[in-house]
Design a protein around this ligand. Structure first.
Ligand code: 13P
Length: 264
């Protein structure tokens, strides 16, 4: 079976001012703004979404946020609703990132609620799962990833508007990448869960890998059967490395041929 269309998404985390975002997005779209071979997304912090949206206008690059709250409006100081994200031009949103689980105490049930709210609002959720080093060393990797995936997707019926990102916590920002075989093992397990829940549609849900993905290791990761793209942290903060990742993905989609836009 052919693989799903690759998605390369940049998670900028708490980096880039509006001015910096504008500059980075301009550099990205100058090269791959018209690409159709792969899907490309950038996810700046909330304050830079508007500036990024300006620079993304008329291009194929998608805008995403890094979180959303579950209520539509009201007395929820510091929170942002799905319609606010839509209004500013977002089409996707990262949910349940390990940093949100770790520093902000997000539970699977909360991430589940956010996933449903995002889908209902027409935002594509990119739901993150992944084990810590101690969980992996204790042999609990599959159990943890299964609990997180099943928990985040409880009651979710829309497989067409869903992306999962497997991000082993020990590989995030550490320079330690899961080997392609290690990543594929978990991606295959997630795939099985998706097919169990959604039937055939589960095989079409993209599963991204995240955790120190860079131009040196992306090619072999993307060759794995169930790795449908990357959620990129550090390497998304510079146009050169991010664009290299897009080019690698593009050439995979085009069977080793030149990219469809001006990136090669
Ligand atoms: P790094 O690519 O910096 O390891 O971050 C991965 C990540 O957390 C993306 O969401």
């Amino acid at each position: 079976m052919s693989k799903n269309k690759i998605l390369i998404a940049g998670n900028w985390k708490m980096n880039k001012t509006s001015a910096e975002a504008k500059a980075l997005v301009s550099e990205i779209v100058a090269v791959c703004g018209s690409t159709t071979s792969v899907d490309v997304a950038v996810c700046p912090p909330f304050t830079a979404l508007s500036a990024a949206a300006e620079s993304l206008k008329g291009t194929n690059v998608l805008l995403g946020a890094q979180n959303v709250y579950v209520k539509e409006s009201g007395a929820y100081t510091g929170e942002i609703s799905a319609s606010m994200l839509k209004e500013v031009g977002c089409s996707c949103v990262i949910l349940g990132h390990s940093e949100r689980r770790q520093y902000f105490g997000e539970s699977d049930a909360f991430i589940n609620e956010k996933t449903k709210v995002a889908q209902a609002a027409g935002l594509l959720p990119i739901v993150c799962v992944g084990e810590t080093l101690s969980e992996r060393e204790a042999g609990k990797m599959m159990e943890v990833v299964t609990t997180q995936t099943v928990g985040a997707l409880a009651g979710v019926t829309d497989a067409a508007n869903l992306v999962i990102a497997y991000e082993p916590v020990w590989a995030i920002g550490t320079g330690k990448t899961a080997t392609p075989a290690m990543a594929q093992e978990v991606h295959a397990a997630i795939r099985a869960l998706l097919v169990k829940q959604f039937g055939e549609a589960g095989s079409k849900v993209r599963i991204l890998y995240g955790g120190s993905m860079n131009p040196a290791n992306a090619s072999e990761l993307l060759d794995e059967k169930d790795i449908d793209g990357g959620l990129i942290g550090g390497a998304a903060l510079k146009s050169a490395t991010f664009l290299d990742l897009v080019k690698i993905a593009c050439s995979k989609e085009r069977g080793g041929h030149k990219c469809c836009c001006s990136c090669q």
